[in-house]
Design a protein around this ligand. Structure first.
Ligand SMILES: [Zn+2]
Length: 338
């Protein structure tokens, strides 16, 4: 992919945030959905990528699931400048009917297909239709839309994979500003609220469940193999690269090992141990995910990891060995996915 194309893509994206019309938060969700799907099902080539509307609709339900619950015990946050965004109302209603469903199990409720169809229809009619309208005209730089789905233009999937952290950060911070800037949310928002946590992060309660579940499998630090008393739940593929929480991406680590690894990818021995761990304990991890209400999806987690390493490799990244010790990533890492 030519650097000129990548630069042009980034400046279009900048224009989209600067000039796009954001009456609702849907466009942010759509950008995140496209970036996630490019990582999860796309490839490192320049080919167009076809994405069915339903798979985007499903992403919307995942993204808005937590947000459609009442914020810190009050009302549901408003995600549109007019009446509440239809997607949020539909999910709120569905959640009311099925209070025990979680991000792990939301597909199991009565009426889920109806919800998915309604959300998919809104996605198709609104953000898909309008996201490429910039400054009064249409600039088709992301995708062409068809009857059953959209097709990312050649090179767009590549750029979304390459710049996933950037797209995520931009979309999330604008999303956050949108909700804060909506006067109707003011009564719900305090000065020092944890809005960002609520919108985008796994609740602490779930992390506690994950931590105690992982301890039952193996109460050692994933990285140094030392016994853990106090333990952090670490994102094996750092959150800064891929912020969506998947159960198989969690490992137990000493707070010090976790801090030292920080936002870096782990070196080969850790990676091999992680792969072995998730193959051996697939069922245990699924069970913990179920209890914690966190999506578990081993194949997706593995392709996300492959993407993470290959992306870092192509930009000359380092891998973390232990405190203050790194090594350059090498092609041999990629052999682990063969
Ligand atoms: Zn450790």
């Amino acid at each position: 992919m030519k650097p000129e194309f990548q630069l042009a893509f980034l400046s279009k994206l900048q224009r989209l945030f600067a000039e796009g019309d954001f009456t609702a938060t849907y466009k942010f969700a759509l950008l995140i959905a496209l970036a996630d799907l490019s990582v999860e099902v796309g490839r490192d080539d320049n080919e167009p990528l076809k994405l069915p509307y339903r798979s985007i609709g499903l992403k919307f339900i995942q993204l808005y699931w937590q947000q459609a619950a009442p914020f810190t015990g009050g009302g549901v946050l408003v995600q549109n400048l007019g009446t509440q965004a239809a997607v949020v109302s539909a999910i709120t209603e569905y959640r009311r009917k099925h209070p025990s469903l979680t991000l792990n199990t939301f597909q199991n409720g009565d009426g889920f297909q109806t919800l998915l169809s309604a959300v998919t229809a809104t996605v198709k009619l609104q953000p898909v239709k309008y996201i490429q309208n910039l400054g009064g005209g249409q600039d088709v730089f992301l995708f062409e839309s068809g009857k059953d789905g959209i097709t990312l233009l050649p090179g767009v999937g590549y750029c979304l994979r390459r710049f996933q952290p950037l797209v995520q950060q931009l979309a999330r911070s604008h999303w956050l500003d949108h909700i804060r800037g909506n006067k109707r949310n003011l009564p719900l928002l305090g000065e020092d609220d944890d809005l960002e946590l609520f919108l985008f992060e796994t609740p602490r309660q779930a992390l506690t469940t994950i931590s105690s579940g992982l301890r039952k499998i193996r109460s050692k630090c994933h990285y140094c193999d030392g016994t853990v008393k106090e333990a952090d739940v670490d994102h094996f593929i750092p959150r800064s690269l891929y912020p969506r929480d998947l159960m198989h991406n969690f490992v137990l680590a000493h707070p010090s090992c976790n801090r030292s690894k920080s936002d870096t990818l782990a070196a080969k021995p850790h990676l091999m141990r992680w792969m072995e761990f998730i193959y051996t304990h697939d069922n245990d991890l699924k069970e913990i995910g179920f209890e914690a209400g966190i999506k578990s999806d081993a194949p997706t987690t593995i392709s996300v990891a492959r993407w993470g390493y290959s992306n870092a490799l192509s930009s000359g990244g380092q891998a973390w060995i232990k405190a203050a010790q790194y090594e350059p990533l090498e092609c041999t890492y990629m052999g682990l996915w063969e």
